[in-house]
Design a protein around this ligand. Structure first.
Ligand code: 9MJ
Length: 674
């Protein structure tokens, strides 16, 4: 039976649509449709292809996982060797590299360098013939690798078909396949739950996933890829600059890193490196340095190669972020909501320039997963400003007198029972407001920067005030007298006055801050904001039912239950009433329409911002209704350029898009009341 022409056309249109949405989502980070809408297109295509199997093509988006498991991988020889990179560990090594480059090129002038975050994944080579992906291979020893085509096809950010028409007839693209950190955590959680071996880091997990003989297993791992260079190119011309080659790859639908940039001279290289080091903790993938490449290809040719490394590139590595040390003891900390966290007390060790003596062990399941005992030798990891954690244990080094780690039965702060409901991971102190540790934490939270922002009320002072029985709840803070404060150790008259003034000032707040400050379980800053926007009135929120709460964005049944239970507690009601009696107040919440001053606009952030993190800037722009995208296009409304803004800024300028700096961004956010 011939396939009706109309359906042939529909299948073609669906493929084109799906490919385009894949490209928008994976390569440009600018999706135009919801996941559900995408799924509908995909399901329709699967349905038509199963009705008419003769319509199925190799490069149909439904055919990513088609092949049967292999018994082994075959070898492939790389037409051009896959290079490794020389390393720089200090700024001075970078300067030496730059001196070598300029001396060989016999120039005093600043060199233009392309800068790329160095992805800590698995290097692979892709070959496209007439725009079709025909081969994927591992780097292997640089000369010979393994044919992993079937596995590479499962990586959604790798196009099976290139976009456009002007690509070379044969194009070898190289890049790094990696596993997103968030995905790594998920995979390890699932593996631990199934009693399987967990991966030590995302790179091992990516390498292991690519070496699966059954592509269905690889597909489950949801790997990603960034492309960063080309190998053999035939039947087509590429631009004369590395940065422009990357731009071409992007146009052909290949995914390149959005943070790549071009700088002038070695000082700017070092600036780029510092900015990247700072941004590192915010990225959802691991980077272990920055790669600098001489941007002009004619200069690359002139510089040439050493045996295995090019003279025109260098990897400036980040300092190691892991250290090995001894676990001396484990203490149990009580959080604001009573959650008991085991904390590793370590023999102090320097990691990336910072001495670490404590690390979180998260919960008792994690202690069990690590197979940890007191006295063990452990690997600790520090990622930016997050709390260091113990990531693995060297069981071979366990001493004879190693001790078991046991969850205490009673709360170390108040002696109340510790309870761990069946099926839950977190153990909690049952003491509630009786527990001084919980009270201290909830008062700290109340005073914290995103809550009532009480300047000068630090952790130590809260501890002193609670221990001296001067305060029991956050509301008591506002009853403190000057004499009481001055009676505290290390508290002078001036500090006491400053604190009283800060307390007075904090009374004028906003509803979202107040809700957040209450410290309701599961209610973070963004949920607090949603609650405030939805109810606009504290009394309405206090009296709302669980059903009504679930109408608020991001509030599901579990969160609704926590909020409802919080307001139903007489102790909490009393504290809130007392707080309101002290004169805490806020301007009435503006109607939601105001939250859409930037509706319909697409903003892009680039470079490093000094006074707020990228996530914060993104969240605040989104609250004003803007979409925040990862790359600049004609549709971009405005680009915020921080320090060391790279290619995105250049692109914005060339497209004539409005560019503002950080100061302008902040003044705009404030103007719109965010
Ligand atoms: C990584 N790993 O991100 C190169 N790399 O270039 C980047 N690796 C590279 N470039 C030539 N961004 C050889 C390796």
């Amino acid at each position: 039976m011939a396939v009706p022409k109309k359906l042939v056309r529909e299948v073609e249109a669906l493929r084109e649509d799906i490919d385009r949405h894949n490209y928008l989502y994976h390569s440009l980070d600018q999706p135009e449709i919801s996941d559900a809408a995408y799924d509908r297109l995909f399901r329709r295509l699967i349905k038509l292809e199963s009705q008419y199997p003769e319509l199925v093509t190799e490069d149909s988006p439904t055919q990513r996982v088609g092949a049967a498991p292999l018994s082994e991988f075959s070898e492939v020889e790389h037409a051009l060797p896959m290079l490794s990179l020389d390393n720089a560990f200090a700024d001075e090594d970078m300067r030496d590299f730059d001196r070598r480059v300029r001396s060989r090129l016999d120039t005093e002038a600043d060199i233009e360098y392309a800068c790329e975050p160095k992805i800590d994944g698995v290097a692979v080579s892709l070959i496209y013939e007439n725009g079709r992906l025909v081969q994927g291979a591992t780097r292997g020893d640089g000369t010979t690798g393994e044919d992993i085509t079937q596995n590479i096809r499962t990586v959604e950010s790798v196009p099976l078909k290139l976009r456009g028409k002007d690509y070379p007839t044969r194009l070898e693209v190289r890049g790094e396949v990696y596993l997103a950190r968030s995905m790594f955590v998920r995979i390890n959680e699932d593996a631990a739950a199934a009693g399987e071996k967990v991966f030590a880091n995302p790179r091992n997990a990516a390498a292991g996933s690519l070496r699966q003989l059954d592509p269905r297993l690889t597909a489950k791992r949801k790997l990603s890829m960034f492309c960063y260079s080309v190998g053999l190119v035939e039947g087509g011309e590429l631009p004369e600059r590395h940065s422009e080659i990357l731009a071409s790859l992007r146009e052909w639908g290949l995914r390149t890193n959005p943070l790549v940039g071009v700088v002038m001279g070695v000082d700017e290289c070092i600036g780029f490196y510092d900015a990247m080091l700072e941004q590192r903790p915010e990225l959802d993938y691991e980077i272990d340095g920055v790669v600098f490449k001489v941007d002009r290809i004619n200069l690359q040719r002139e510089l040439g190669m050493l045996t295995r490394t090019p003279r025109w590139a260098i990897a400036h590595k980040f300092p190691a972020e892991e250290g090995i040390t001894l676990l001396r003891d484990v203490q149990f900390q009580v959080g604001r909501t009573g959650a008991i966290t085991p904390v590793a007390k370590l023999e102090p060790v320097k990691v990336a320039g910072v001495t670490i003596s404590n690390a979180t062990l998260h919960n008792m399941d994690e202690v069990k997963r690590l197979g940890l005992m007191i006295g063990d030798t452990v690997v600790v990891q520090r990622a930016g400003d997050v709390i260091p954690k113990v990531i693995s244990v060297d069981h071979d080094k366990r001493p004879g007198d190693a001790r078991k780690i046991a969850l205490p039965k009673a709360c170390p702060a108040c002696g109340s029972d510790i309870v761990k409901p069946e099926g839950e991971v977190i153990a909690r102190c049952s003491g509630g407001l009786v527990c001084s540790a919980q009270r201290k934490e909830s008062i700290r939270h109340f005073a914290s920067r995103l809550a009532l922002d009480i300047e000068g009320l630090g952790d130590k002072l809260v501890e002193q005030l609670v221990d001296a029985d001067l305060i029991h709840t956050a509301a008591d803070l506002f009853e403190l007298s000057r004499d009481q404060l001055v009676s505290l150790e290390r508290m002078g008259q001036k500090s006491a006055d400053n604190l009283l003034e800060a307390l007075e000032k904090s009374k004028q707040t906003t509803l979202p801050r107040f809700i957040y400050a209450l410290g309701i379980q599961e209610v973070g800053e963004s949920t607090a904001r949603n609650l405030a926007t939805h109810f606009r009135d504290l009394d309405d929120l206090r009296q709302s039912s669980e059903e009504a709460l679930q109408e608020v964005p991001d509030v599901g049944p579990i969160v609704a239950e926590k909020i409802h239970a919080f307001f139903a507690q007489p102790e909490n009601e009393a504290v809130i009433d007392q707080l309101l009696e002290t004169g805490i107040s806020w301007a009435s919440e503006s109607p939601p329409e105001q939250g859409s001053v930037l509706a319909g606009e697409t903003w892009v952030l680039t470079g490093t911002l000094a006074s707020l993190t990228r996530d914060e800037a993104k969240a605040r722009l989104q609250r004003l209704g803007a979409k925040v995208a990862g790359s600049v296009s004609k549709k971009t409304s405005c680009v915020v350029a921080g320090d060391v803004a790279g290619s995105k800024l250049t692109r914005a300028q060339s497209l004539g898009i409005r560019v503002i700096d950080e100061a302008e961004l902040i003044s705009m956010l404030e103007r719109y009341g965010d």
